[in-house]
Design a protein around this ligand. Structure first.
Ligand SMILES: [Zn+2]
Length: 347
């Protein structure tokens, strides 16, 4: 059909359909013009020291033809590379959450939904993408963001643990026990292996460690495994009264302030654990919207919240692009099956 005929056909449409068509064009073109700068930034950040191999990190890399990407309205040419050392080819999105995605233009909208913290169902309605696909996107992106890290804490470090009930939500067959009601409570009193321990440590520059560390109470040796490399004798540790923190600080030679949860003294000048405690309570409030999360994915939700906390839960072009770019800088090889079949582990 010639363009002239198409225009004639359009003029026959009723006003509602004409409006729909206009919306369609506007959103298609907008998603293109919004996603291209993000893609460019991913490429520039990945190759900040010159072209670098995704597989073996060699810089002995040449450009190796292009490949086509179909966006809704455009077909784009993208660069392919080849490593002279490992002989493998790759693109800017190899081993990133965007790898093998057929709907690259939907990613910006999807990340907006993630920043809003929308459910998969709501996001699915908005984006017109199946929620199982979105589930996979969500966890691919979060597994990449888990690569975000920092070298060392500075100065005062507040550290405290919090607990989530162990959950196998989503697993088809529960062996050995009946499934708990959503968001149910533990049968046992106090802290037991039914609880998953999340350790949050944060310095005053807001460098934050937030990970699943064990089931039940944390012990000294585990503390050292997870945060030992980030602490030096120059740090001052502020914790609650739990024994493991005390013996750990003593062994590590750290100056240490303890605050009893029921104690009267909650602050000793600049020394307190109120930042970490408030982080915990914001995290718990935020995570409630998911009606309980499977423990094997809890780390993903922790990194999601940490990211949102850093961007202060604000949704704008800068933060959306930051979330995609950051996630593309850390390799992931998650596949849908790998995610689905994975088990809870304290990595
Ligand atoms: Zn290579």
């Amino acid at each position: 059909m010639a363009l002239k005929e198409i225009i004639q056909e359009i003029s026959k449409l009723n006003p509602t359909d004409q409006h729909r068509l206009k919306e369609y064009f506007t959103s298609s073109l907008a998603s293109y013009s919004a996603s291209e700068p993000v893609f460019k930034e991913v490429s520039e950040r990945k190759h900040k020291d010159g072209y670098t191999c995704t597989h073996c990190h060699s810089i002995n890399v040449t450009r190796f033809g292009t490949y086509k990407v179909k966006m809704r309205m455009q077909e784009l040419q993208r660069q392919r590379y080849r490593c002279k050392d490992c002989k493998k080819t790759f693109t800017d999105v190899t081993n990133t959450p965007l790898y093998r995605t057929h709907l690259p233009h939907k990613w910006l909208d999807f990340v907006e939904c993630m920043i809003e913290g929308y459910s998969l169902r709501k996001s699915s309605e908005l984006l017109e993408v199946h929620y199982v696909t979105l589930f996979y996107w969500r966890h691919k992106l979060l597994s990449s963001l888990k690569g975000m890290d920092f070298e060392q804490f500075q100065g005062i470090v507040e550290m405290d643990e919090t607990y989530f009930l162990y959950s196998e939500k989503g697993k088809r067959k529960l062996e050995g026990r009946k499934p708990r009601e959503r968001g149910g409570s533990s049968k046992k009193r106090g802290i037991s292996n039914e609880q998953v321990c999340v350790l949050v440590a944060r310095d005053r520059q807001k460098q934050t460690f937030s990970r699943v560390v064990c089931q039940g109470r944390i012990v000294k040796s585990r503390l050292n495994e997870v945060v030992g490399s980030k602490l030096t004798a120059t740090n001052v540790l502020c914790t609650d009264a739990w024994r493991a923190f005390m013996t750990y600080a003593k062994e590590k030679g750290l100056e240490h302030y303890r605050f009893k949860s029921d104690g009267k003294e909650r602050v000793k000048g600049v020394f307190h654990i109120q930042n970490v405690n408030s982080y915990h309570s914001r995290l718990k409030t935020w995570i409630r919207r998911f009606n309980g999360v499977a423990s094997k994915y809890l780390d993903h939700y922790l990194i999601w919240f940490l990211f949102l906390d850093q961007i202060k839960h604000k949704k704008n072009d800068v933060t959306v692009s930051k979330m995609i770019v950051d996630s593309c800088l850390f390799p992931t090889d998650e596949t849908y099956d790998k995610l689905r079949l994975s088990e809870f582990s304290k990595s």
